[in-house]
Design a binder for this molecule. Structure first.
Ligand SMILES: [Cu+2]
Length: 188
């Protein structure tokens, strides 16, 4: 009887051991998912962290710079630039994604008051080979004239733009203004 009891006790112990093991086994198991969970959790966290500064950076960047593409079909890929006056400086990067040379299909980006555009376009047409009037107070900013495959940029003070005033960006290569222009919107 004693033996039987001790057997039961042993069995109970082993059961308990099993139970412990069973209890322990799930323990590492949850740990693993737990370990895995923090990993994905960390990733989103890292992504969130990355996204947060990225968003913060993108928010000002959105109004502080722009990349405009121009092609051989005499087109810009955007019709509007948004300039945040809070930026202080604004950079326009022009990428000529076409193949035509500058002499045939040159492009630039010029910014002027809408009221000044016609005069700037007319005068620039006579200013070969860059087709931009130099030392022209009406020209708020302008990039270099570039050909296919080239890229250029210009940075200007946002203080040069007044809120409520209408501005345009455009290309001064002769004949291009009709197709290549857009609005410059000034925001806070
Ligand atoms: Cu052009």
């Amino acid at each position: 009887m004693k033996l039987y009891l001790s057997l039961i006790a042993a069995a109970a112990l082993s059961l308990a051991a099993c139970g412990e093991q069973a209890a322990q086994a799930p323990a590492p198991a949850p740990e693993q998912p737990a370990a895995e969970a923090p990993a994905p959790a960390e990733q989103p966290a890292a992504e969130a962290e990355a996204a947060a500064p990225a968003e913060q950076a993108a928010a000002p960047a959105e109004g502080c710079s722009a990349v405009i593409e121009a092609n051989d079909a005499m087109q810009f890929n955007t019709k509007e630039l948004t300039v945040s006056s809070a930026c202080g400086k604004y950079t326009v990067t022009l990428k000529h994604v076409g193949k035509a040379p500058k002499t045939a299909m040159g492009h630039n980006v010029v910014i002027a008051k809408a009221a000044d555009v016609a005069g700037v376009v007319a005068d620039s047409a006579k200013a070969a080979p860059e087709f931009i009037t130099v030392d022209d107070a009406r020209v708020i900013a302008h990039t270099a004239m570039i050909g296919g495959g080239e890229e250029t940029s210009v940075t200007f003070e946002t203080a040069k733009l007044a809120k409520g005033e209408a501005y345009e960006f455009f290309c001064t290569f002769p004949g291009h203004y009709a197709m290549m222009k857009g609005a410059v919107k000034v925001v806070d």
